[in-house]
Design a protein around this ligand. Structure first.
Ligand SMILES: [Zn+2]
Length: 249
């Protein structure tokens, strides 16, 4: 019977070394790069229906801008993520219904899209807001019959949901700011806290993004409308990708 010699010390070290190199090479050449995490993203086209938003002197209103922008950004993200819009047509949409879409889907993040209004904007500026309700009073029309107030406050419970995500929302705002600057979409991006009725019922990280620029008394032309959309849709989608990686890492 042939005897099987155990591998020498030298041989086993070579074996281990070669195995290690092969595993490393396999990792380098054959394993796919780790994909970006898939997220559920809710885009909220600001205004709609009876509420035209800014630029209501012409055909190219803010409500139309935000819906088109949301559709274009969604189209760029849909291959990798589940993306939902709070409205897909020119319809009046209540603030609590916008947040409810995101809550119902258990979304990872929500971004409300708006058009900035001069003189608080310029050609290459953007603003990101997170919800800060310190001075917030709830308008009576937002009180939903049958709902209870949050303990110790005069606010409906749903209107306090965003407060527990304040830090994450603030971080999301800072991430989007940096990503918009890095992608060259804007030179100046401000981050601020403000009472945001559309986001206060959102039980997830959520921010409001103001882009573009319209003068309150001057209608946007078709060319300005399309130019502003073309300039911003791709960078916003890229910035959201960066934010998703940051949030879900
Ligand atoms: Zn707006």
């Amino acid at each position: 019977m042939p005897t099987v010699k155990p591998p020498s010390f030298f041989r086993s070290r070579v074996f281990v070394l070669l195995t290690g190199i092969c595993v490393s090479l396999a990792g380098t050449f054959f394993l796919p790069a780790r994909p970006a995490p898939a997220a559920t993203i809710v885009l909220d086209p600001g205004h709609g229906g009876n509420d035209s938003g800014a630029g209501n002197h012409g055909e190219f209103t803010e409500k139309r801008f935000t819906l088109t922008l949301a559709q274009q950004v969604a189209g760029r993200l849909a291959a990798r993520h589940r993306v939902a819009l709070t409205r897909t047509a020119d319809v009046t949409t209540a603030p609590e219904d916008r947040a409810a879409v995101a809550n119902h889907l258990k979304a990872d993040l929500m971004i409300s899209l708006h058009l900035a209004v001069a003189p608080y904007c310029g050609d290459r500026t953007a603003a990101v807001y997170f919800h800060n309700d310190e001075r917030l009073t709830i308008p009576p029309e937002l009180t939903i019959p049958g709902t209870t107030n949050a303990p110790g406050t005069d606010r409906p419970a749903w209107a306090t949901l965003q407060t527990r995500h304040r830090h994450q929302s603030q971080h999301l705002a800072a991430t989007l700011k940096q990503a918009l600057i890095d992608t060259g979409a804007a030179d100046t991006v401000t981050v601020s806290g403000a009472p945001l009725v559309a986001l206060m019922g959102a039980d997830l990280p959520a921010v409001l993004l103001e882009v573009g620029c319209v003068h309150p008394a001057v209608a946007l032309t078709s060319q300005q409308f399309n130019q502003q959309l073309n300039d911003i849709a791709e960078p916003i989608a890229a910035a959201i990708e960066t934010a998703v990686k940051e949030l879900l890492r």
